[in-house]
Write a protein that binds this ligand. Structure first.
Ligand SMILES: [Zn+2]
Ligand SMILES: [Zn+2]
Length: 341
């Protein structure tokens, strides 16, 4: 294996100093590092050279649960590299320090994006500024759950233990936390005032999101084998990366999703213009992202919803195809179960 040298060390330093880099920025940084090391005859740097350096760095970082990963921006398809923490139990801690209340707030933002605002007819996967600010307080129920987890007989600790057991953040603190999440490139704020996950957030959190918001794919492990598993986190059919903004099949039951640029290239090749899954004509008019917000159904409970943990979600086994009323009933059942525990 190639020796781990000063070039690798300097590149890690550069990644630690910023949240993410585009391919172009990465080339600039590596060219500068080579220039310092060898001022007499600067070597030609290509993206391939950079990727070789990164793969050597990743071998060295693996024992520490860190990795440099790349993804493409969902809208521009620009390649983006980021230094990510791959341990799903320590979300958004990374290189910076966040308080327990800020992390609990961040988890509530994720719940709002991927549960509350991710419905059968409206896959918005974003949270409006107002909605985000109003998630500032720790719900009372979450504190109870954390206590239960502490004293649980099976000794199973949830990742939420220790997070968000106090009153939470003030509106001002929530506003500051949101700005910090945007600065650190966890989140992105659209012109319309919606927060979504930024590429760095997607890179680091995609595994956590799948584990948290998708049901077990294996029917053997599901408590109700007749209920199909819910897949709230979906990948683009063309590039296989997670999708939070783009297009969906006109048939709402069909799981096929495409990023806008991916749809453009896909249908340039597949001239029949049909969905690759169910073969209905693809109009590109059914959208994923904030543009689907008009179809959102508001539910009672909002931020205080009970189904905020995976175990609760499993327990309730609610299908998105159920009517809203049934879903509310299911939630009440979950609440009763919680009290009995
Ligand atoms: Zn795609
Ligand atoms: Zn389809």
């Amino acid at each position: 294996m190639e020796e781990y040298n000063d070039t690798h060390r300097a590149l890690v330093q550069a990644f630690l100093a910023r949240s993410s880099m585009t391919g172009e920025e990465l080339l600039g940084v590596v060219t500068a590092i080579h220039g310092v090391e060898n001022p007499e005859e600067p070597t030609e740097t290509t993206l391939e050279v950079c990727k070789l350096l990164i793969s050597r760095i990743n071998t060295a970082l693996a024992p520490f649960d860190f990795e440099i990963r790349s993804t493409r921006d969902q809208i521009t398809r620009t390649e983006i590299f980021a230094f990510v923490n791959i341990n799903p139990d320590t979300i958004i801690q990374g290189a910076t320090h966040h308080s327990a209340d800020e992390i609990a707030f961040f988890r509530r933002l994720l719940d709002a994006m991927f549960e509350t605002n991710n419905q059968y007819k409206a896959e918005v996967m974003a949270v409006s500024s107002n909605e985000a600010l109003n998630l500032n307080k720790n719900p009372r129920v979450q504190a109870t759950q954390a206590t239960q987890a502490d004293g649980g007989e099976d000794g199973e600790q949830t990742a939420q233990t220790g997070e968000g057991q106090g009153p939470g953040l003030t509106m001002k603190q929530a506003q500051e936390a949101l700005e910090m999440f945007v600065d650190e490139e966890w989140l992105r704020k659209s012109r319309g005032g919606w927060y979504t996950l930024a590429p760095r957030g997607l890179l680091e959190l995609s595994y956590y999101l799948q584990q948290t918001y998708n049901d077990e794919a294996d029917p053997e492990e599901s408590e109700d084998p007749d209920t199909p598993p819910i897949k709230r986190i979906k990948d683009c059919f063309a590039c296989r990366e997670m999708i939070t903004v783009g297009q969906r099949c006109d048939k709402l039951d069909c799981p096929i999703r495409l990023h806008d640029p991916c749809a453009a290239s896909f249908f340039k090749v597949n001239k029949n213009g049909k969905c690759p899954g169910c073969k209905v004509p693809w109009t590109g008019k059914e959208l994923v992202g904030e543009k689907a917000a008009a179809k959102l159904k508001r539910r009672a409970g909002g931020a205080d919803r009970m189904r905020s943990t995976q175990s609760n979600r499993r327990q309730s086994g609610v299908s998105r195809r159920d009517s809203e009323d049934e879903e509310e009933e299911e939630e009440e059942t979950t609440m009763v179960n919680d009290d009995e525990d």
